[in-house]
Design a protein around this ligand. Structure first.
Ligand code: CUA
Length: 669
């Protein structure tokens, strides 16, 4: 996509020329301030993004790390990065995917995969409003979805999606978090088999998965998969309000081509948005529709009590063929290779952004229902009725910009659409189809996010544009430059650009919510007396070192500012040494770290009350130190220990001490 970078619009051309001069990029809405030295923003605009030292931001923004595989937490309006939540990729900073407890989170049917491509976060909802319990995010490469707790800000569950490849149209929460979805970007043989690629057409299929969310615990389960024709499913959004119970998926490559896609998948004048009545499908399933198909996919769940993840390989999935559920699936013809597929807060308008179209299509849910009742069909595709375009179309926004991708909404009936090719955000009124404002972005914007934008109650204050190209916006850092988001104030009539901020990875999509929804319930510690990890210690007296053949299990504690034990002897070359380390602290913001020379893994960064494990297989005789990696106190530098490693077969007895005493044998310990 990066090559389609051609300024065709006058406005965009002007902005691009200014930007490429290397000077401050003028903001078209504040030309009088462009003469200020130090940037285009006037003082009052800069103040809008300024959060004074010690003050808190108004909103949380959860911005996908794209090809970093993670999810980053920022504050709005400051754009300050608070935390990177590891999800689909190993994170050596936190030990995620390196320690023994979290490795199972990255298990798949292909084995342990240390990396993922994260895309679309979405926050759980109750009655169509953000409820701040969980944020979900999908992985595109090895199809998976994840659930992250918004109390601990940790990944609690990852579910692999079978019969899929490239989980792009995902996650997107329904209005009571009944489901998230996973629509396959690449169609494949279902079940997978050895066959010629040239026989794609008619034989490859595209699975749309509905993943149910347990209302209490949040556990994810694939409720059913619809086995659709071999299109490429791109994005999705649930209905809400009047259209609650429906889900809409955009698709391209209705041509079903399998080579030189940039040409061959762009032939048809219209592709489809697929409308799925999932409530009706639930009724069919209750009456026995669908069949259980053998499958093999990993379901990884974090256990809060044992502080350990567990993998279960699931062995079947319920699949449904469209012909089994008449009246539940329809095609909405939409020009032309639609990318975004967005539903407004009322649930009436379904926006299809044809990325190759010069116009934007607005479908009407009410007209769609009437067209279904009237059987206003233009034939079918693989038995699925194609609704008549005129019968469902509310209207078209002509020439709003070039390369429309995604739309979000405010509560005042306005939509905000990104235009990749003309590099701008356009504000328009959904009912009147009138363009109200436009603002250039730098550059080639993909998604945008208004906190609550995928709900019945968006918050009309900020809009984050997530850009694909940064070029001259920041100090250069070699060939690879930072990725970037831009923040707009949308509270007035005009879009006001108030901040550029760099992001981790590619800021693919984001979800946001008011700070007060999460801040007060944010977890501070893990309770030590509730720690059921099999190697947890609850005080220094419980610490010990046990040999089982060539495995050594060290049950170690950490507290300001020492480890217990801190001297261990009798380890031999060839041993496999497990460091099971518990942080005994019960105060907020007192993590300790631990790392061991020569350990082929990352450090561990252990929060108060938690137990984590790393493995060390010493290869060399000697006395080897370990130390705390996190600056935890004035005596952090003293927080260290030694392990004596003897030759294989040595008879050095296994001993462990703290201050020359064996832990637990002295009263004061
Ligand atoms: Cu504990 Cu530094």
């Amino acid at each position: 996509m990066k090559t389609i970078f051609k300024p065709l619009f006058t406005l965009a051309t002007a902005s691009m020329m200014l930007a490429s001069c290397g000077g401050p990029s003028a903001d078209s809405h504040s030309s009088k301030s462009a003469s200020h030295s130090g940037g285009a923003l006037s003082g009052s605009m800069a103040e809008k993004a300024f959060v004074a030292p010690g003050e808190h931001d108004e909103y949380y923004a959860f911005i996908s790390g794209g090809f970093s595989g993670q999810l980053a937490v920022y504050g709005l309006p400051s754009g300050r990065l608070f935390r990177v939540i590891p999800v689909f990729s190993q994170d050596p900073e936190k030990g995620y995917g390196y320690n023994e407890e979290t490795k199972p989170m990255l298990m798949t049917s292909h084995g342990m995969i240390p990396w993922g491509d994260s895309h679309h976060p979405d926050i759980s909802q109750t009655n169509g409003e953000l409820d701040g319990r969980w944020v979900f995010i999908n992985e595109n490469n090895t199809p998976r979805v994840a659930r992250i707790s918004l109390t601990s800000f940790e990944t609690e569950e990852i579910l692999e999606i079978p019969n899929s490849a490239g989980n792009h149209s995902s996650t997107f929460v329904t209005e009571n978090t009944e489901y998230i979805v996973a629509g396959t970007r690449f169609s494949i043989p279902i079940p997978q088999k050895d066959m010629p690629i040239s026989e794609y057409k008619g034989n490859f299929k595209g699975a749309l998965s509905f993943i149910s969310i347990d209302p209490e615990e949040g556990h994810m389960d694939i409720a059913f998969q619809i086995i659709m024709p071999g299109f490429n499913f791109d994005l999705a959004h649930p209905g809400r309000g009047k259209s609650h119970g429906w889900f809409f998926f955009s698709s391209y490559n209705t041509e079903e081509s399998n080579t030189l896609m940039e040409v061959n998948a762009s032939q048809n004048d219209k592709d489809f948005i697929t409308a799925i009545n999932w409530k009706k499908i639930e009724e069919y399933i209750a009456k026995g529709a669908g069949k259980k198909m053998p499958a093999n996919y990993a379901h990884n769940t974090w256990n809060d009590a044992t502080h350990t993840a567990e993998t279960v390989m699931e062995k079947e999935v319920l699949v449904i063929n469209p012909e089994e559920v008449p009246g539940a699936i329809y095609f909405l013809p939409t020009p032309k290779s639609p990318h975004g597929c967005d539903v407004d807060p009322t649930g009436e308008y379904i926006i299809g952004n044809g990325k190759l179209a010069a116009a934007m299509t607005v479908h009407s849910f009410s007209k769609m229902i009437k067209a279904i009742d009237d059987k206003a069909f233009d034939g079918d595709a693989y038995g699925i009725p194609i609704l008549n375009f005129e019968a469902i179309n509310y209207g078209t926004l002509e020439q709003p910009g070039l390369g429309p991708l995604h739309t979000e909404f405010d509560t005042r009936g306005n939509a905000y659409t990104t235009f990749f090719i003309s590099s701008e955000v356009v504000k328009w009124n959904v009912e009147s189809l009138e363009v109200l404002d436009r603002h250039p972005v730098y550059y080639s914007v993909g998604h945008l996010m208004i906190p609550g934008g995928n709900s019945r109650k968006p918050f009309d204050k900020y809009l984050v544009a997530m850009n694909k190209i940064t070029k001259d916006r920041y100090l250069p850092t070699g060939p690879e430059v930072c990725q970037s988001a831009q923040l707009f104030d949308i509270s007035g009539d005009k879009l006001e650009l108030i901040l550029d901020f760099p992001t981790i990875g590619e800021p693919h999509y984001a979800a946001g919510c008011p700070a007060e929804l999460l801040a007060d319930k944010s977890q501070k510690i893990f309770k030590l007396d509730e720690n059921k990890h099999p190697y947890a210690v609850h005080n220094e007296a419980e610490t010990k070192v046990v040999r089982e053949g060539n495995e050594i299990h060290i049950s170690m504690s950490m507290i300001r500012s020492h480890f217990s034990p801190d001297n261990i002897e009798g380890v031999r070359v060839g041993d496999k040494v497990y460091f099971h380390v518990t942080n005994l602290e019960q105060d907020y913001d007192v993590p300790h770290g631990i790392s061991m020379i020569g350990a082929q893994t990352s450090e561990l960064l252990i929060m108060p009350g938690r137990t984590e494990t790393f493995i060390w297989e010493p290869k060399q005789v000697g006395v080897w130190p370990f130390y705390c990696t996190d600056f935890c106190s004035a005596l952090h530098q003293e927080m260290q220990g030694y392990v004596r490693v003897s030759a294989a077969g040595s008879t050095t007895p296994l001993t462990y001490t703290l201050d020359d005493e064996v832990p637990g044998t002295e009263e004061e310990l």
